[in-house]
Write a new protein. Sequence first.
Length: 297
Amino acid sequence: SGDMLRSLRRQWNGYKYRFVPWLALNLRRKRRTLRYVPETSQDKVISDEDVFETLLKIFKALFRNDLSRQAHILALLPEIRCKYMELLTVEQKQSEVNSCNNHSQRVFRPEEVLFNTLGFSVTRDRSSVVSAGTGVFVNKGFVPKGMLVSMYPGTVYRKHEPIFFQSLGNPFIFRCIDGILIDGNNRGLSKSVYRSCSRRDQFGPFQMSDESWLTSALENPLAIGQYINNCTHEKAANVCYQEFDVPEYFPVELKQYLPNIVYSHEIESHLRCVVVITLRDIKQGEELFSNYYTIIS
């Protein structure tokens, strides 16, 4: 009867998500960030040097913002301590003045550091596109064309590394040109895998990656790129993705702000990051929209 069929359908709808073959067959229906582009494509809007310099600028500002929390790093690495010695002297003098005035030293929130350093801040909020869920907005300041405005966080999987179970029903899988995948999901199994890899790679007190993007309290305010929505007919793309391999000479004290980690540390290679670059000037209040299939040539 009709009632029996409706009952069976309700039971199936509640069970099918635990049925692996059904999930495997329906994976291709969820390609929110699964990008396919020819291997011969060029995907650079700005140079790797510009990406590197921008990351250094904001990461150094974040590091300087809260030197007291970095005391263990400064104590263990004399050369880094020397690099920040001038700033430390200023901080010590300021602390003495503040203690006399019964005031504590002000530590800026990460999004304030971003604004003070690059002239803008970004945030997650409800998308302006109906049924699109969460989106990313420039909530303060102005972003010029060709500026690094966000980063795509997550675990980095090379070809043939196991990502099947993490990918089930996961709309945050980003595919790089060379087939490398980045899992930007901050929940469930994906979250557990990232944390496990991050703590595996921790070198004493030195963190080799940022775990804060898994929480609501971001230490790197740029690490929200996985929530940028795809463009629509009404909302044209104003940003695009660009791949960036972190060089070996990246400062060790700043790696704590990199929101990516490799799944397997047994293979020697550069850490892959994906940054988000503006295609035009973006004003305060505008939402960021990407085109997952945009090819820059």
